[in-house]
Design a binder for this molecule. Structure first.
Ligand code: AMP
Length: 190
């Protein structure tokens, strides 16, 4: 099994690249943001719980997110591997993921980060907000809050995975195909 964490700030292109990588490496793509949005759209209990946090650009509490992610993994027992997109986003989530995978005799193979400058990303998100319908992409203050959440809670994960020798970064600026190529080079050399 190969289990990849796709890492990067909001707007770095994780979702776009995941679409290519899941096909290329036959991975189950789990985007926690997409799963939350699906639940909000369908007005489930989980959706109601996550909505206020997401609308404000805050992270959804760990306990809720971890439980949801685990149940999504359990739904795919035949999977050849997972591509985690937007998860983990806190050290507690990363520790829970490690423990959960160990309990299944599995582990994270690698974390691959898409790197890009904040100002480019904020502009990209505001542009995406014009068509995505995502309210958290339409308001610069909410976007800045998402970056603050990232810097405070998610950035420490780089050290967490570096200590395990599992952190790889690629330049996230370029054409979609160029970036897929850079990510593939990393994955092919794992
Ligand atoms: P994304 O689509 O990955 O940009 O996520 C959109 C929003 O969903 C985030 O701003 C958070 O409110 C929530 N979210 C997604 N993934 C997580 C996570 N792993 N932990 C906490 N909140 C999350």
């Amino acid at each position: 099994m190969i289990n990849i964490v796709l890492f990067g700030k909001p707007g770095a292109g994780k979702g776009t690249q995941a679409e290519f990588l899941k096909e290329k490496y036959n991975l189950t793509h789990l985007s926690t943001g997409d799963i939350f949005r699906y639940n909000i759209k369908n007005e489930t209990e989980l959706g109601k719980l996550a909505k206020t946090y997401m609308d404000n650009g805050d992270l959804v509490p760990d306990e809720v997110t971890i439980k949801m992610l685990q149940s999504e993994v359990e739904k795919n027992p035949e999977s050849a591997g997972f591509l985690f997109d937007g998860f983990p986003r806190t050290i507690a989530q990363a520790q829970a993921l490690d423990a959960f995978l160990v309990s299944k005799g599995e582990k994270i193979t690698a974390t691959v980060a898409l790197e890009a400058d904040d100002e480019i990303l904020v502009a990209r998100l505001l542009e995406r907000g014009k068509t995505s319908g995502r309210t958290d992409d339409q308001d610069e203050e909410k976007i800045r809050n998402r970056y603050q959440e990232y810097n405070e809670k998610t950035a420490p994960l780089m050290g967490f995975y570096k200590e395990q020798d599992k952190f790889h970064a690629v330049n996230g600026i370029g054409s979609i195909a160029e970036i897929t190529e850079r990510l593939s080079t990393v994955i092919d050399n794992l």
